[in-house]
Design a protein around this ligand. Structure first.
Ligand code: TRP
Length: 328
């Protein structure tokens, strides 16, 4: 039996090449080896205020981006979180298993809540509980996530273990699956920071839907460090980041990348990098437009149906173990 993976992204902000290179590319590679579930977590999106019209549009846009990245709906289950009501139901159950103290320790809550717990939304506080529900509903073995989600995954494991101990085994204990280093892309304007969809400085991120001109301008404006060699070098985070992007979009090895820029200057490097990113985005952007709305909806509905069948079984077992009667 194949092991199962589950991952998801929020339909907020603009996806950038860091999201693709750090997460989506990895999902695509994993889908053949694992039984895969890729979710558009729109219920997580409302933990911060969203414009309803924009959220609607972004939800379907994100599905298109999943598919354009190479997630194959014949192979993987792609669906919208809100289509499977069990996510919200299990989140309620797990919130009764969670402790205030452990949620208070979540660093993302502290960051996003800006330290003001009086004003922070309760949904933002229980965000990781909904995430645990996402994962545990599917008896997930492995969760491909970035380093920043590791703490949330620890909580999922703790909740699963606590439930299993107190009520009997209902959940597989999920493991994090952090992609190898190099897949973390930093801001073009501040290589100490991750490329982020919520960065106010739009020049820091290359969005997956940016046109060729915009990409070229952003790369030309990218900050560089002192030194002239175009080489991978941890002590020069700016060039290291730009070369990593080149390495990942061209699929050239580290040695090939360095050989290609041996003796060349920053100007030449940035020109070639911009060309490589544009070449990489062109077919991607063409594929984003590939699916007609009806076809996309069909894929997502089929995905939800497959997901729901599994989710329903898990929730039935959980309710049964806890003594929650449900007559119909
Ligand atoms: N919290 C994740 C993020 O911001 C998104 C997410 C929600 C998720 N549910 C999940 C990721 C379940 C993996 C598994 O990136």
């Amino acid at each position: 039996m194949k092991k199962r993976i589950f991952s998801g992204a929020q339909p907020t902000g603009e996806l950038h090449i860091g999201n693709y290179l750090g997460a989506l590319k990895n999902w695509v590679a994993l889908q053949h080896e694992y039984e895969s579930f890729f979710c558009i977590v729109n219920l997580h999106a409302i933990t911060l205020p969203q414009n309803p019209e924009v959220l609607k549009k972004k939800t379907l846009d994100l599905a298109r981006i999943y598919l354009a990245s190479g997630i194959d709906p014949q192979v993987s289950t792609v669906f919208i979180q809100a289509d499977v009501a069990e996510h919200a139901e299990l989140a309620w159950v797990l919130s009764c298993v969670s402790r205030m103290g452990e949620l208070e320790r979540m660093t993302q809550f502290k960051d996003k809540g800006k330290g003001n717990t009086e004003r922070a939304g309760v949904g933002l506080f229980t965000y990781p509980v909904l995430m645990a529900a996402d994962i545990l509903l599917y008896q997930t073995d492995l969760v491909p996530v970035g380093k920043d989600q590791k703490q949330h995954l620890e909580l999922s494991r703790d909740l699963a273990e606590r439930f299993n101990r107190d009520y009997g085994d209902a959940f597989v204990i999920p493991e994090p699956f952090i992609p190898p280093v190099g897949a973390s892309i930093q801001s073009l304007q501040d290589p100490q920071k991750k490329m982020s969809k919520s960065d106010e400085n739009l020049n820091g991120s290359i969005f997956l839907l940016d046109d060729a001109d915009t990409v070229t301008k952003k790369i030309k404006r990218a900050v560089t460090d002192s030194g002239t060699d175009i080489k991978f070098d941890e002590s020069r985070p700016a060039i290291n980041n730009l070369l990593t992007i080149y390495h990942l979009v061209t699929d050239k090895s580290v040695a090939e990348c360095e050989a290609n820029f041996d003796g060349k200057g920053y100007g030449q490097f940035k020109t070639e990098l911009a060309e490589a990113v544009v070449e990489f985005l062109r077919p991607f952007q063409a594929r984003v437009a590939d699916y007609a709305d009806a076809e996309l909806e069909k894929i997502l509905k089929d995905g939800a149906e497959k997901a729901r069948a599994i989710a329903r079984e898990t929730l039935r077992d959980v309710y049964e173990k806890m003594g929650i009667v449900r007559l119909s």
